[in-house]
Design a protein around this ligand. Structure first.
Ligand code: SF4
Length: 475
């Protein structure tokens, strides 16, 4: 799992042993803003309408670590593309989008390549590359996985899609399954949001009644409420009946995923984008270089997360309020990067624009810092949370992240910045998954984005009006 020997191993080794051995996967088996506001609480329930039952559930405890939880309420705003309608029923969906065409693999690949569609789960990997690899892989069996689990606690876009446009997500998955010649599709939701699975069960019952998917078999799973439960290898482990934790993947999921077979595993929004492209019915928003939209989960000032759909190329000054633009913003969630106060004012919601500025959208989480809050203390709070989310399998992660969190707390109390930097560099690239890298990126980004605060803390001062507030997204 470690890609190179840790230079400062003694520092980490002195902290004791990892809780458990990391188990590698068996190599042999590997092969809108505007319009009326809709409000929906993260509660509620629908009866199982059609006898469909979940296929799997993570064995981890259902109680999530909500020490830095961001909100309990969800506002979903109509948008220009995926959220043109927020009515979840199949009748409204079919009326708006029409019937589902059946494309072969070559046709679907050509369409995806022309669109430049990138995954919406965080990494932004080109979907065409993933699809082509699975289509070209040897063997006959293939799998399709829709990941709606959103391990990132500040993200709510997949929940919003599931509650308001489940058929768009299911259409996208059905298109891929047909192109791959597979009947079975796995859909993974978050265990802490049972309403998502209930919404899917209702949608699947409608589809079965209307014969929208032919003989498609849908298998529902619940991912554990932990940060790394939605990581790709953790999701395939869950589906294969093993603990919902990341493992070292020697081959990409596209070639060796579920049951060691070629698997297209992508985020729910990616499938929804694909379905919207295929179904058409409206001009594709965005720019010629970046067609399409992004779903953003924006932490609001009253503990509410608003989910907005924004066309690529939209200026941030039309997405965020003046107050939010004037504050530091954590972009991309807890593994993301800090934009200093005012930095987004001249930028747009664009992969190219943000990358050039050293920023990234990840899975679309946008966390403006509450006015007067110390961004370093907020980062320290998130770092402590992330340290607790380690699966405890890789020593540099299990031992290194708590050490990094402790060192950051110590620095903020007048300790050594050098120790923070040293520990940060020690954990990068040393986990089976990207959790240590993402945590190190967050800390490094804070130290780079807020030099005045770093200097103040080095002198034993804190410039914030609210230094005690240690979380982002909470007001
Ligand atoms: S890097 Fe951390 S979270 Fe990822 S598998 Fe290893 S111990 Fe688990």
């Amino acid at each position: 799992m470690a890609r190179r020997a840790p230079a400062g191993l003694p520092l980490l080794a002195a902290r004791g042993r990892a809780l458990g051995r990391h188990r590698d996967r068996c190599v042999l088996r590997l092969g809108p803003a505007g319009g009326p506001r809709l409000r929906r609480r993260r509660r509620g329930g629908l009866a199982d309408p059609g006898g469909l039952r979940p296929a799997g559930r993570a064995s981890a405890p259902r109680r999530p670590d909500r020490s830095v939880a961001v909100s309990r309420a969800l506002d979903v705003l109509p948008g220009p593309w995926l959220l043109r309608s927020t009515s979840p029923g199949l009748e409204a969906h079919a009326e708006l989008r029409g019937s589902l065409p059946q494309l072969d693999a070559a046709s679907l690949l050509a369409l995806v390549e022309a669109s430049g569609l990138r995954g919406r789960g965080g990494a932004g990997f080109p979907f065409a590359t993933k699809l082509r690899a699975t289509v070209s892989a040897p063997g006959r069996r293939r799998h399709v996985v829709v990941n709606l689990s959103e391990g990132e606690p500040a993200s709510a876009k997949d929940l919003a899609l599931t509650l308001h446009q489940p058929h768009l997500v299911l259409d996208g998955a059905s298109l891929v399954a047909h192109a791959l010649g597979t009947r079975e599709v796995h859909v993974v939701t978050a265990a802490e949001h049972p309403e998502a699975q209930e919404a899917l069960l209702a949608a699947l019952a409608e589809r079965r009644k209307e014969r929208r998917d032919g003989r498609r078999r849908w298998r529902l799973h619940e991912a554990s409420p932990r940060f790394v439960g939605g990581e790709a290898s953790a999701v395939t482990e869950l589906i294969d009946g093993r603990p919902n934790l990341p493992v070292t993947s020697w081959r990409p999921t596209a070639l060796a995923g579920v049951d060691g077979k070629p698997t297209v595993l992508s985020n729910g929004e990616t499938y929804a984008q694909l379905a919207a492209l295929v179904l058409g019915g409206a001009p594709v928003p965005g720019t010629p270089a970046e067609p399409g939209t992004r779903l953003l989960s924006i932490a609001g000032p009253t503990g509410t997360t608003r989910v907005v759909e924004v066309a690529h190329g939209t200026p941030w000054r039309t997405v965020l309020s003046t107050t939010e633009l004037a504050a530091p913003v954590l972009l991309g969630g807890y593994h993301g990067t800090w934009a200093p106060a005012g930095a987004l004012e001249q930028l747009s919601v664009s992969h190219a624009d943000l990358t050039a500025a050293g920023l990234g959208l990840g899975a679309g989480v946008v966390l403006p810092l509450a006015p007067g809050t110390c961004p370093l203390r907020a980062t320290a709070g998130v770092t402590r949370y992330l340290a607790r989310q380690s699966a405890g399998r890789c020593g540099p992660c299990h031992q290194g992240l708590p050490a990094l969190a402790t060192a950051l707390d110590a620095f903020l109390a007048g300790g050594s910045l050098e120790r923070v930097e040293r520990l940060r560099s020690l954990v990068v690239g040393r986990g089976a998954c990207a959790h240590p890298d993402g945590t190190a990126r967050l800390v490094g980004s804070a130290l780079a984005a807020f030099p005045d605060e770093v200097a103040a803390h080095s002198d034993g001062q804190c410039r914030a009006l609210r230094p005690a507030l240690t979380t982002v997204g909470v007001r």
